[in-house]
Design a binder for this molecule. Structure first.
Ligand code: GTP
Ligand code: MG
Length: 518
């Protein structure tokens, strides 16, 4: 699981990552006492560490207790803690550093503590899985809508913490985002411990009969409704804009890229559309959807949609909040699932993506005929012939169910194959067939202009002249547009014919010479 965070965390300078088997979750501190203290001593010793990331969801109480315990250990000089440490070090259950010996460790600890005069300003903060995902999103959320959606997710999370009961940690949770996210105002929520609430010591704070808990719930509700309102105004505006855009691109097939975060979706859109969207080795680099126009090999234009990356157990609040950003994939002609095939957990990532798609209501038929997978980053497998071989075998088996294309978006490998494949699939899905249009030579610019406007064909090179002054143009076109074309030009011919006839009739109606003299 750590792999998943590696890229992001390395940038944040991880001192140590440990996989700890948690046989039993301690209700108030998550880790049992032994682990808690071992980790505490490790933190005490490594004075540069100030954040501990626990890749699990913690309750407010667990988070607060862990922080308290570890901060106590850091500050403490108690003989009994020292004894405890020696005991567990002897057991060698947990040996997170490469220190030379126990005695040197302890003396270092003591000197350090003495040097600091017993007042260590260091404070350990604990962040759980939800906290870190939210932080990453926060760092990337550029648009007002994304920021509001995040805050809403956070408030919903805060509410569950209220119900779960716990400690007054919301100030701290909020502070995680200060300067990072939450340009929106901070909501200060103080939470009574479960015990306090039971005994009624929370007292009555707000209006008559309103307990502290009720008041805090009300604060959350107020803020939630404020954000929801602002968000819905924003979304109405966005919908209006996208309607305008849809009208402009009515005939363009929409190809939506979806996939696990860091799989290479943005790299693929850049490769195929010649764009320069930011594609970085960071989780959730893309947080809002972006469209780009591009040309298929047959000259037809299409739209490609880059979307937010998925991740295992995306906190529920976030799934809800980001559903709106994923809404557009429902309009797609084709879903392209970009996978990092070099990732050790590529299959697991795939399952996560499919699960989220189903959660947001993508119907099963889509997977049967509107779905294709890009197995990206094959360049990373080239050094391992065996692995590449087994991936190829997997690919052959998978292709029985749906199309798969191996690619390296970094090197551009199989770009043409990819474009050819989406050209065929979208043409098929949009019911396009190649038809021959025959018209008079002088009509050429009118026909191509009409096709440009109505049939999404920008390059019309496949045409020939006939001996009798006509042109035959071959174009991929759907039946409806074909009929429209025929109607339009038949009518034109008819009008033209009428005009010509009228003209002739006009001439024919001229009074015979000498008529006026009569
Ligand atoms: N070696 C290799 N690296 C690639 C390839 N494609 C993308 N990458 C790298 O993978 C990282 C992630 O790529 P992105 O395109 O940002 O991934 P994404 O799926 O858009 O990620 P999110 O926006 O976070 O969901 C970047 O560092 C890319 O340079 C590839 O074919 N080979
Ligand atoms: Mg991206």
């Amino acid at each position: 699981m750590y792999d998943e965070w590696k890229n992001e965390l390395l940038r944040e300078s991880v001192a140590k990552a440990s996989l700890i088997r948690v046989r039993k979750v301690h209700s108030s501190t998550y880790f049992t006492k032994g682990k808690l203290n071992e980790l505490g001593y490790f933190l005490k010793e490594n004075d540069k560490i100030n954040v501990v990331f626990v890749n699990a969801t913690l309750t407010a109480m667990q988070q607060k207790k862990l922080e308290k315990r570890w901060n106590d250990i850091i500050l403490s000089r108690e003989e009994k803690l020292r004894r405890y440490y020696l005991k567990s070090a002897q057991k060698e259950k947990f040996n997170p550093t490469d220190v030379e010996s126990e005695s040197s460790q302890m003396s270092e600890l003591e000197t350090q503590h003495q040097q600091s005069g017993g007042t260590n300003p260091r404070k350990i903060r604990v962040v759980d899985r939800f906290g870190i995902i939210l932080q990453i999103f926060a760092a990337r959320a550029k648009t007002r809508a994304a920021q509001l959606q995040l805050e809403l997710a956070w408030l919903k999370y805060a509410r569950t913490m209220l119900v779960r009961g716990g400690a007054p940690t919301f100030g701290q949770l909020g502070s995680i985002f200060q300067g990072n996210m939450m340009r929106a105002e901070m909501v200060e929520v103080g939470i009574k411990s479960a015990k306090g609430r039971k005994s009624g010591s929370g007292g009555t704070i707000g209006g008559e009969g309103e307990t502290q808990l009720e008041m805090e719930r009300r604060k959350l509700t107020d803020r939630e409704s404020k954000i929801t309102e602002e968000l819905s105004n924003l979304l109405v505006r966005k919908a209006h804009e996208s309607k305008k855009r849809d009208q402009a691109h009515q005939t363009l097939p929409l190809i939506a890229l979806i996939g696990y975060t860091n799989a290479g979706k943005t790299a693929l859109i850049n490769l195929t559309t010649g764009s320069h969207l930011e594609s970085k080795d960071l989780l959730f680099q893309t947080l809002n959807t972006t469209h780009k126009r591009f040309r298929l090999p047959n000259g037809q234009m299409a739209l490609m949609l880059d979307t937010v990356g998925f991740i295992t157990s995306l906190p529920h609040g976030l799934v809800e909040s980001f559903k709106t950003t994923l809404d557009e994939i429902h309009n797609a002609e084709l879903l392209v699932h970009v996978r990092d095939i070099s990732h050790p957990q590529t299959n697991y990532q795939r399952d996560t993506v499919i699960k989220v798609l189903k959660e947001i209501g993508v119907p099963d038929e889509v997977f049967e005929n509107k779905y294709l997978e890009v197995w990206n980053k094959i360049d990373l497998l080239e050094d391992s012939g065996e692995l590449l071989q087994s991936v190829k075998q997997d690919m052959e088996a998978t292709q029985q169910s749906y199309p798969v294309i191996m690619m390296s978006c970094k090197n551009g490998t199989n770009k043409e194959q990819f474009l050819g494949q989406i050209q065929n699939l979208t043409a098929e899905l949009m019911g396009k067939e190649t038809v021959e249009l025959e018209y008079e030579y002088h009509m050429h610019s009118k026909v191509t202009k009409w096709l440009n406007e109505h049939a999404n064909l920008t390059s019309m090179e496949d045409f020939q002249y006939t001996d009798d002054g006509k042109i035959i143009l071959k174009v991929p076109i759907d039946e409806v547009t074909h009929q429209k074309y025929l109607k339009h030009f038949e009518e034109k011919k008819f009008q033209q014919g009428q005009e010509e006839q009228g003209h002739t009739r006009g001439r024919g109606m001229k009074p015979p010479p000498g008529w006026s003299n009569q």
